[in-house]
Design a protein around this ligand. Sequence first.
Ligand code: T3D
Length: 262
Amino acid sequence: MSDTVLVDLADGVLSLTLNRPEKLNSFNEEMHIALRAAIQRAHDDNAVRAVFLTGSGRGFCAGQDLGDRDPRKGGAAPDLGKTLETFYNPTLRLIRSLDKPVICAVNGVAAGAGANIAIACDIVFAAKSARFIQAFSKIGLIPDAGGTFNLSRILGEPRAKALTMLAEPLSAQDAMDWGLIWKAVDDETLQAEAMVAARKLASGATFGLGLTKRLIQEAATNTLDQQLDAEKDAQQKAGKSADYAEGVTAFLEKRQAEFKGR
Ligand code: T3D
């Protein structure tokens, strides 16, 4: 069991803490493998109804550990297409395809792939002191981990191009004002506020939340007609869920619903 990602399950929330603080939680192979395994667990384990992702120490994640890419060590140039295919892309796909909400608490600087993994999560809180940096252009790379997809869709071309090409830090406040994240909150209350949201979701109608997540993601590439059909299909499934029956019953009985995520 690797300690590069701390994993804890409580109240239906699987908490994942990136844990290489001395390197600002940048990714080495061990952390890649540990994070992917933890998110795979969220897919497989019915006890998990929401995921909470954060970092230990003063940073969230500084992207790839560049110490593992040191050209001064000699040898052939690394095949970065292969590292994306082997490590980053499967993790991104797991986050996006997970039919449970992923809440991210960006506790400090999020750079390179670290920024784009945060942005790929479903609900992103950030400490007011946090910064998002598309650091790739500073080292001659392109924005990966879904960055070109998500930034252009969320921000539009002008801001996506300037952010990625200039690599200037974006404050948490600006990220919120630009619609890139859900909320910038005081540093001291970040973990608690984000965890309240995670627990609320984990005790909610998670079957419907999973369908909602998928629909909103698919809307980016669907036509209106396709999306209306997708809503019809999803609502049909939601209408047959135990959570829907419980939600309506609880409303009519004027009591709190007890959802099971089914
Ligand atoms: O390679 C592939 O597989 C392809 C995929 C690539 C994906 C990517 O993410 S590429 C982009 C990689 N990341 C970066 O280029 C960011 C590099 N880091 C920084 O620019 C800065 O560290 C930050 C802006 C993030 C934070 O700056 P600051 O001043 O707050 O902290 P610092 O002093 O620079 O960093 C603190 C320590 O963390 C420092 O170590 P030291 O000197 O105390 O021993 C620093 O070297 C280390 N660190 C930070 N980022 C990385 C890192 N070490 C290795 N790799 C890092 N990415």
